[in-house]
Design a protein around this ligand. Structure first.
Ligand code: KIV
Length: 293
């Protein structure tokens, strides 16, 4: 297998079966996808978190199909190896199986996604069956499902009572039976996520779900220190890229204002004889022009 060949679903399943943790991160553009691929990331999720991280909204709900398609195209172009999973935005799969299928096909056919992700169980189960039946791999997502955060009482951990934890397990099993190849568990107590993971054959990917999942996912901007404001308990910042960007922009602004940039090495030269001809041409056109030079 070539190191740049696309990761396959059987390879992903084998990683989980053999206890090799799966690394997933969100991505929203080509440079990010390229860097993530170089770092050995297995799955790139074009998350509808883009609505918040890159589009400036305060929830994931406003993300549109056209926005998500554009971001997915950019990521897919630069991700020869990682599996590219496109998040289906709110409204693109809630109405009917037909709608879900039409929109999922767009992600695969027009944007180059390898798979799509849908939130929730219940009515989502029939969507999963429709998509999988059409040959589109589906990743499920239970626990804190941001598209329905209002219904869940806000961005809060889920499955914290025995009853809710059992419901989560039932939902996870139903999504597996419907044909999901993998399942995101978000903001779920670690023991609950571990027990769900043990009981599923498909890989679970945790975010705020502890170490018992088969893989982990973080949002790009959280991981790299590019997000601001409230930070969820489960976030680990591996860098402070936001500070580095601000420092660089600050230095650039000062260089421009104080005329240190551009320096000679950033400019293009011109042969002296051509420059002399140019000056003569300027003088001639000034002499013949009715306008002051
Ligand atoms: O949209 C997103 O970034 C997600 C992850 C939090 C799993 O769904």
């Amino acid at each position: 297998m070539s190191p740049s060949a696309k990761l396959t679903l059987p390879e992903l399943a084998a990683m989980a079966a053999e206890g090799r943790p799966i690394a997933m991160v969100t991505a929203y553009d080509a440079p990010g996808a390229r860097l993530a691929g170089e770092a050995g990331i297995d799955i790139l999720l074009v998350g509808d978190s883009a609505a918040m991280t890159v589009l400036g909204h305060d929830s994931t709900v406003p993300a549109t199909m056209e926005e998500m398609l554009m971001l997915t195209r950019a990521v897919a172009r630069a991700a020869p190896r990682p599996l590219v999973v496109a998040d289906m935005p709110f409204g693109s799969y809630q109405v009917s199986d037909e709608d879900a299928l039409r929109n999922a096909i767009r992600f695969v056919k027009e944007a180059g996604a390898d798979a799509v992700k849908l939130e929730g169980a219940g009515p989502t189960l029939s969507r999963v069956r429709a998509l999988v039946g059409a040959g589109i791999p589906v990743m499920g997502h239970v626990g804190l499902t941001p598209q329905s955060a209002t219904m869940l009482g806000g961005f809060k951990a889920q499955g914290r009572t025995a009853e809710r934890a059992l419901q989560l397990l039932a939902d996870a099993r139903a999504l597996e039976a419907a044909g999901c190849f993998s399942l995101v568990l978000e903001a779920v107590p670690a023991p609950v996520a571990a027990r769900i993971s043990e009981r599923l054959a498909i890989p679970t990917i945790g975010i705020g779900a502890g170490p018992g999942c088969d893989g982990q996912v973080l949002v790009w901007h959280d991981l790299l220190g590019l997000s601001h404001g409230h930070q969820a308990r489960f976030v680990k910042r591996y860098a402070e890229i936001g500070d580095a960007i601000r420092d660089a922009l600050d230095a650039y602004t000062r260089d421009v204002r104080e005329r240190r940039f551009p320096a000679e090495e950033h400019t293009y030269a011109m042969p002296d004889d051509e420059l002399a001809l140019f000056e003569r041409g300027l003088a001639a056109s000034a002499a013949s022009s009715p306008y002051p030079s």
